[in-house]
Design a protein. Structure first.
Lengths: 234, 349
């Protein structure tokens, strides 16, 4: 479970004042950014777990994981707001402030998508036909890989700039793979004679697209990140 | 000292003010323009270190400049300095590349031509040589520094936030070095022409004796400080956001390499040390800070693979070598004629 950000007490604020000299302000911000990315990772991993439970028909565990995603997403939101405030209030990284805040804002779409996907599954409870289950599992696995590579790329952006491109390439690779699996899944759904109702075929298409959105969001953040990398490299 | 002497010093003070307003702004331009360093911090560092550089190490380049032509009457010094300042102001307004160093050299040559004193060809060649070697040296130092900094950054894997803090500190330290080197190297442009005709006598304060020359350099430093305080913020914002768009880390490399060039051409201690071990020393000559900076930027451009190299910058440097001293010499010659024949002042002895 992601750690909730506690409001800073007067005592802590006092310690912060002293810490200004020793750079604890920057250390705190570094930690917050790391925590934020951990929350994003957590949302993505929990999404994988939740959907696995759903596909296995374990709805109780699915709902449990959904609630955990909700919590992690909320923590990510709080951390994001804290980071934004700290960067502006303490005049940190003035040169790359816009890039970092923009990056964090767009990265926030990833946990948002995770939350929305489980919410749609929970509300609509689509009937996943057994012949489509392996494709859904493969699609979920690939989307998780794309999102995971994205957070690795963002971590590298903060610490090891020269490593970012290798992760970004993987994000693009997995997004492309996700598109292919999504396409295959949708064709299977519409060509199959097992699904009798047109509405259920549409339902399968809709959920394939929903899950695939995770990889799409990862790719759009990756595109933004690649520009920031060029700006940051000396 | 007579009031007349003080009045004649005003053109030098104006040159000093201009040095503080423009050249000091080049040092902290990116740092302040990108809000990495506060203007007040930059201004305090500039004032302290420009004055320190001028007083401690400014005399070396003043001798180098004096070898070209020793302006020996105060009204002459006033006119030469005023003409250099006017050239800088006029060419800046016209959007032409200009350097204080080249303007003062041109104005001194104008005085030589007017007074009939011969221009020391050896000194002139040495000065012209530094104009060419200054930007080239800047480019070489920046080229090497660029790779050193990039290697260090890749090796250290600093968090962006921590790197930001280190960069701020680095910009302040490099800025202090830059301000010191500027005072040491370029203050001769401000007060050099007044040395021979200095109205100051030795002054004892609390047991310390300040020579007339030291007092001149101190006043030059204070005038530069005034320039920093009153006008440099505007220039810094322009340098930081319009002219050459540099990232703070690249700006650090440019400042450090420019400061090193100015320091090499100003440090008497270094010159003596090199001579003592039998190495050829750098001539102590004022070099153009802006051209050394442009050379450094070109060096970084080459280090990056030369893709973004702006050849117009090179053309600007060459144009500055020719246009600035020519214009300054012509203005100086005419102004000295007017000063002598209209205002009846003795401009040389």
């Amino acid at each position: 479970m992601a750690r909730k950000q506690e409001p800073i007490s007067k005592q802590e604020a006092g310690r912060e004042g002293i810490g200004r000299v020793f750079g604890s302000r920057t250390k705190a911000l570094e930690m917050e950014i790391d925590q934020y990315l951990s929350c994003v990772d957590q949302c993505v991993l929990l999404l994988g777990e939740a959907l696995k439970k759903y596909l296995d028909g374990d709805l109780e565990r699915f709902e449990e994981k959904s609630r955990e995603i909700d919590e992690a997403e909320k923590s990510a939101d709080e951390l994001r707001r804290g980071i934004t405030h700290r960067i502006y209030a303490e005049m940190l990284i003035p040169d790359s402030r816009g890039d970092v805040l923009g990056l964090i804002e767009t990265t926030d779409n990833v946990p948002d998508v995770a939350k929305r996907v489980v919410s749609h599954f929970s509300i609509e409870q689509p009937e996943v036909y057994p012949f489509l289950k392996p494709d859904f599992e493969e699609l979920i696995e690939i989307c998780l890989k794309a999102a995971r590579e994205l957070t690795l790329a963002i971590r590298a952006f903060f610490r090891e700039l020269y490593r970012v491109s290798e992760h970004l390439e993987k994000v693009h690779f997995w997004e492309h793979q996700a598109d292919q699996v999504e396409d295959r899944l949708k064709r299977k759904a519409f060509e199959s004679t097992e699904i009798k109702q047109f509405s259920k075929r549409v339902h399968m298409r809709y959920f394939a697209e929903r899950i695939s959105l995770l990889a799409d969001e990862a790719e759009s953040v990756a595109d933004r990140l690649s520009i920031s990398v060029i700006k940051r490299s000396i | 000292m007579e009031i007349g002497g003080l009045i004649f010093l005003t053109s030098g003070l104006y040159m000093g003010w201009s040095l503080g307003a423009n050249d000091a702004a080049n040092i902290f331009g990116t740092a302040v323009g990108t809000r990495m360093v506060r203007f007040r911090t930059a201004a305090i560092i500039s004032v302290i270190f420009i004055t320190a550089g001028a007083v401690v190490s400014g005399a070396g380049t003043a001798h180098g400049l004096g070898a070209l032509g020793a302006v020996n009457a105060l009204p002459g010094s006033f006119t030469v300095s005023l003409c250099a300042a006017f050239t800088v102001m006029w060419m800046t307004r016209a959007g032409l590349p200009v350097s204080t160093t080249q303007a003062i050299v041109g104005a001194i040559v104008g005085w030589n031509l007017f007074s009939g004193y011969p221009t020391d060809q050896e000194a002139l060649t040495r000065i012209l040589g530094t104009w060419i070697s200054g930007p080239i040296l800047g480019a070489c130092i920046a080229f090497v520094l660029f790779f050193v900094v990039r290697f260090a950054l890749n090796r250290l894997s600093l968090h962006l936030i921590k790197l930001d803090r280190y960069t701020r500190n680095g910009l302040m330290i490099a800025g202090a070095f830059g301000a010191y080197s500027l005072g040491a190297n370029n203050m001769a442009n401000v007060v050099g022409v007044f040395i021979e005709a200095s109205p100051f006598t030795d002054l004892s304060v609390f047991g310390f004796t300040f020579t007339g020359t030291q007092q001149l350099f101190m006043i030059g430093g204070l005038a530069a400080g005034l320039g920093v305080a009153t006008y440099s913020k505007r220039v810094m914002m322009t340098v930081g956001s319009n002219l050459f768009k540099l990232s703070p880390v690249t700006a650090f490399v440019v400042i450090l390499s420019t400061a090193t060039v100015l320091f090499l051409f100003a440090s008497e201690g270094l010159a003596h040390a090199m001579e003592s071990v039998g190495l050829p020393s750098f001539p102590l000559i004022p070099v153009s800070q802006s051209q050394a900076a442009v050379g450094s930027i070109i060096g970084i451009g080459v280090a990056k693979g030369g893709r973004n190299l702006n050849l117009k910058l090179l053309l600007n440097i060459v144009l500055g070598w020719v246009a600035t001293p020519t214009v300054a010499a012509a203005i100086s010659y005419v102004a000295l004629f007017i000063m002598q024949n209209v205002f009846m002042q003795q401009v040389f002895t």
